[in-house]
Design a protein around this ligand. Structure first.
Ligand code: 5AD
Ligand code: SF4
Length: 480
């Protein structure tokens, strides 16, 4: 079940590693420990935080016991995500009792949502910084050193951290995330993100391409371009920069399809993925660009949220069931049956009837997603849904519907994987299989995990694997 109640936005916490070069000890080498919760964007932001603080002489550590500073980069998307952070703070409170000088900071969406209230609610917290305030962290830490509590939850219309070269944390050295935009302007009624991450803004394509190029040179072989809604990526040179950019030949407005192409051209051996696409905005230009470049992976995460047009209306998603199915048809037409397709689905949204729930099950049957992240609706304070609707679906009903959806998805995942048995895929090796050191694992273009005997192969190489068997979550085969 854990595999299926996916947790794109609720991955197990990760910790910073120690792979950075020795840092200048300007700060007396205080050690920083960062734990990330929630979506990939948070994990990517933690790498920006590590980079900003490494310039100030802070070393990152993977061991919380030796840390002088502990940051939790938090998620607000569902109540459960916030509760996990609060429980973690309780534990950290124990550490702080033994080491009173330990600086505890809360970053990310929960920091933005609760602002200085956090300091009252959780007394062990010394520092609160929202997603656009990370450049201010050295100053905020300075403030805490002087005996004050520190808060910055200012949301920016411009900040993209474009010039910051992330310190890769917990990296496998093969795949990396590259943030291409921040914020979200969509206002889906259930979602807290527009309030915690602010207005949408796109990062300069030239800094994105440069980051991808550097990653390739360092041996990385896959980048995932990250944004809340990548299809609304749009960058144009700012007035004050226009002349300088024009001189460098960079004066054009760039949309997402064009950005994809620019990144795909960095090197044919650098795979490109992206997340998240929005059914209302994804264009045929994007699909055609994907079709043109072998190294743009044939996989789209296209959250449906619901299969019922009336629910989608209440969710303010901006598309109907028919529109969604039309987009899926375009994907299959342009990219073929093998293109991987996954979804996010919410059960028990305000007013959801049994019939509307069946519409979601029937949409799933029509599309046959390879994978879905499935959630019970969790009301979030301040969202349009909280203001407009009642969270009136009984928790037991939400849970039963979630179970039905999970069961349906398992059937589809297995069915889609079974169709791959007998086929050969190009797989990028990411490392050892979790189960056995005798096996390696990687993913095919459609984002399916492929496991095979090690042979003489190693991380970062491409191999062709003939699929001989599968489960609902994994393809199993041998290199050919
Ligand atoms: N309750 C449950 N799930 C939510 N998501 C976003 N907000 C909520 C909420 N209030 C889900 C959506 C989104 C994914 C990242 O999290 O499915 O696509
Ligand atoms: Fe939330 Fe909708 Fe924006 Fe996704 S697109 S972050 S669900 S408001």
């Amino acid at each position: 079940m854990k595999d299926l109640i996916g947790d794109l936005d609720f991955i197990e916490p990760s910790t910073a590693n120690e792979q950075q070069p020795a840092l200048t000890k300007k700060d007396g080498s205080r050690k920083l420990y960062i734990e990330s919760y929630g979506c990939q964007m948070n994990f990517s932001d933690s790498e920006i935080v590590a980079s900003i603080l490494s310039k100030e002489g802070f070393e990152t550590t993977q061991r919380i016991e030796e840390a002088d500073i502990v940051f939790l980069n938090t998620c607000s998307i569902r109540e459960k995500a916030e509760q996990t952070v609060r429980n973690r703070l309780q534990h950290i409170n124990g550490l702080k009792r033994q080491k009173p000088e330990l600086l505890v900071g809360v970053l990310g969406c929960m920091a933005e949502r609760l602002k200085s209230r956090f300091l009252e609610e959780e007394r062990i917290v010394d520092l609160v910084a929202g997603p656009d305030a990370y450049r201010d962290l050295p100053a905020l830490i300075g403030q805490v050193d002087e005996g004050q509590k520190a808060v910055n939850t200012f949301l920016s219309r411009e900040e993209t951290y474009a010039d910051i070269s992330p310190v890769r944390l917990n990296s496998n050295g093969v795949t990396a995330f590259v943030s291409i935009m921040r914020g979200c302007d969509n206002m889906c009624s259930f979602c807290v993100v527009p309030f915690t991450r602010g207005r949408e803004r796109s990062r300069s394509p030239y800094t994105i391409v440069e980051e991808a190029r550097q990653l390739f040179q360092q041996g990385y072989r896959e980048v995932t371009l990250l944004g809340q809604n990548v299809d609304s990526y749009k960058w144009s040179p700012q007035e004050n920069n226009k002349a300088r950019l024009e001189k460098a030949g960079h004066s054009e407005t760039v949309n997402f399809a064009e950005l994809l192409e620019m990144v795909a051209r960095v090197h044919p051996d650098l795979r490109v993925r992206f997340s998240t696409s929005h059914p209302k905005d994804i264009t045929e230009q994007v699909l055609e660009t994907m079709a043109r470049y072998e190294n743009i992976c044939k996989y789209i995460h296209l959250p449906a949220q619901s299969g019922s047009t009336t629910v989608l209306d209440r969710m303010n998603r901006g598309y109907s069931r028919e529109w969604y199915l039309y987009k899926v048809e375009a994907i299959r037409r342009i990219l073929g049956e093998e293109c991987g397709l996954s979804s996010d689905i919410i059960t028990g949204f305000c007013g959801e009837t049994e019939e509307e729930h069946f519409d979601t099950l029937s949409l799933m049957d029509k599309v046959e997603f390879d994978f879905s992240y499935m959630f019970m609706y969790s009301e979030r304070p301040g969202t349009p849904a909280e203001k407009k609707f009642r969270d009136d679906v009984d928790p037991e009903v939400k849970k039963r519907r979630l179970e039905e959806i999970i069961r349906r998805q398992s059937i589809h995942s297995l069915g889609r994987n079974q169709r791959d048995v007998g086929k050969t895929f190009r797989v990028l090796i990411e490392g050892e299989s979790k189960r056995s050191a005798d096996f390696l694992q990687g993913r095919n273009s459609a984002n399916k995990v492929v496991v095979f005997p090690r042979g003489n192969n190693g991380k970062g190489e491409y191999v062709n694997v003939l699929i001989e068997d599968c489960t609902g979550a994994t393809l199993i085969g041998k290199t050919v």
